[in-house]
Ligand binder design. Structure first.
Ligand SMILES: [Zn+2]
Length: 177
């Protein structure tokens, strides 16, 4: 029987909650299984570690503190941007999540505060500083093919579809875009 290990493609169903409130922040229950290539940083490291050796049909639950999830918040990641750099008619409110394109690719940020001149944006990952709890069930595990290992991601259902380059490209350096 296949078990989750480096170089395998794992399909899982998961629910992620914040342990303090019990609030669900992400789940794919009732939808398509999540596919990831194990050992290629498709997932946060703590998640992979906890799932290593799991067999098909096995369920595991675990809690990741920030250092094993998305890291701690860094106050240096809060930056001030002139209001004029945002489109004039665009509403900007504290707590809004926005996306922009940088030299390093797309970045998501949260509006911290705003006045007529300055927008304070928080570039920390939305999950930075959070402890995350996961309930995960392994749907199936298969060997990765050579091309998947070369690209560092899964192809086919639940993975990257290179026939739809622009939409599905995850900018992982596989040369598809
Ligand atoms: Zn690929």
């Amino acid at each position: 029987m296949s078990v989750i290990d480096n170089g395998k493609v794992a399909f899982v169903t998961y629910t992620g909650t914040f342990p303090e409130s019990g609030e669900v922040f992400d789940t794919n229950v009732g939808g398509q299984p999540l596919a990831f290539l194990v050992g290629y940083r498709n997932m946060i490291e703590g998640f992979e570690r906890e799932m290593m050796g799991a067999t098909e049909g096995e369920s595991r639950s675990f809690t990741l503190t920030p250092e094993r999830a998305y890291g701690y918040r860094d106050e240096a990641m809060i930056q001030e941007i002139p209001r004029a750099q945002f489109p004039a008619g665009q509403p900007i409110e504290p707590g809004m999540v926005m996306a922009a394109y940088s030299d390093q690719g797309p970045v998501q940020f949260t509006i911290d505060s705003v006045n007529d001149e300055i927008v304070r944006v928080d570039l920390n990952h939305l999950m930075a500083g959070k402890t995350l709890h996961f309930e995960v069930t392994v749907n199936s595990v298969r060997d990765a093919d050579e091309e998947e290992l070369l690209h560092g991601h899964v192809h086919g259902p639940g993975g990257v579809d290179h026939s739809q380059k622009a939409d599905d490209c995850d900018d992982s350096g596989c040369g598809c875009c």
